[in-house]
Design a protein around this ligand. Structure first.
Ligand SMILES: CC(C)(COP(=O)(O)OP(=O)(O)OC[C@H]1O[C@@H](n2cnc3c(N)ncnc32)[C@H](O)[C@@H]1OP(=O)(O)O)[C@@H](O)C(=O)NCCC(=O)NCCS
Length: 194
């Protein structure tokens, strides 16, 4: 089994929204349990359903461990944070898990409802794509509910192909080839950045 990789400090970023709000983006850590749990609990029913395909409000202890104790060899979770009253609040998270073939990965993303449509989802996805490329991954795929038009539009804009899912009309399968560079990287994209 591969040695456990150290915390990937090279993926830590600071960024500023167009309205001037400073946002930190960094890989999740085991001590982020509480902010991750609060983030999921505070999602609207619709956002939670789009992300998890179910309505469960509180993550189980096992799920919280899985989401925060990341083995950076085979997965990554980048969280977006703001500082409120001297405390960090998680306002978004994008993650991938490497598939058993070792070259492809599956992503998932959610942004807190009050912070959607400010460019955070795109920034997290671009950062996640950069991280996956940095690990030598070749493709990134995801499963998106057909009614999730915002995610489908974002995926299309980020260069994912969008296809019907064989056997399930309620889902779309989105796939991006990470070997070809058809979009700007997170560090050069200036949409909503300063
Ligand atoms: C889908 C989701 C992650 C988007 O996050 P967001 O922070 O709102 O995304 P952004 O602000 O970066 O992008 C929003 C807009 O820019 C568009 N956009 C983003 N990147 C783009 C790009 N590169 N090219 C073109 N359009 C783009 C999107 O279509 C969207 O359009 P809108 O302004 O009409 O809404 C967010 O709505 C969410 O968390 N939804 C609930 C959970 C979910 O659906 N997860 C996906 C399951 S995998």
């Amino acid at each position: 089994m591969a040695d456990k990789l150290p915390y990937p400090v090279e993926l830590v970023r600071s960024w500023t929204l167009r309205d001037g709000t400073p946002v930190a983006i960094r890989p999740i850590r085991p001590d982020d349990r509480q902010i991750e749990s609060d983030f999921v609990r505070n999602l609207s029913d619709e956002s939670r359903y789009f992300r998890f395909f179910n309505a469960v409000r509180d993550l189980s202890e096992a799920a919280l461990s899985r989401f925060t104790q990341v083995d950076y060899n085979r997965e990554m979770a980048l969280i977006a944070l703001i500082c409120e009253n001297g405390r960090e609040t998680e306002i978004g998270v994008a993650r991938y898990v490497v598939n058993p073939d070792g070259g492809s990965s599956e992503f998932a993303i959610a942004v807190a409802d009050a912070w959607q449509r400010k460019g955070i989802g795109s920034k997290l996805m671009l950062s996640l794509i950069d991280a996956a490329r940095g690990r030598g991954l070749e493709t990134m795929e995801g499963w998106v509910l057909s009614g999730n038009t915002r995610m489908l539009a974002m995926a299309d804009g980020l260069g994912f192909t969008v296809d019907a899912s064989a056997g399930d009309p309620s889902l779309r399968h989105v796939v991006k080839n990470l070997v070809t560079h058809d979009i700007p990287s997170a560090t050069t994209a200036n949409r909503e950045t300063t």
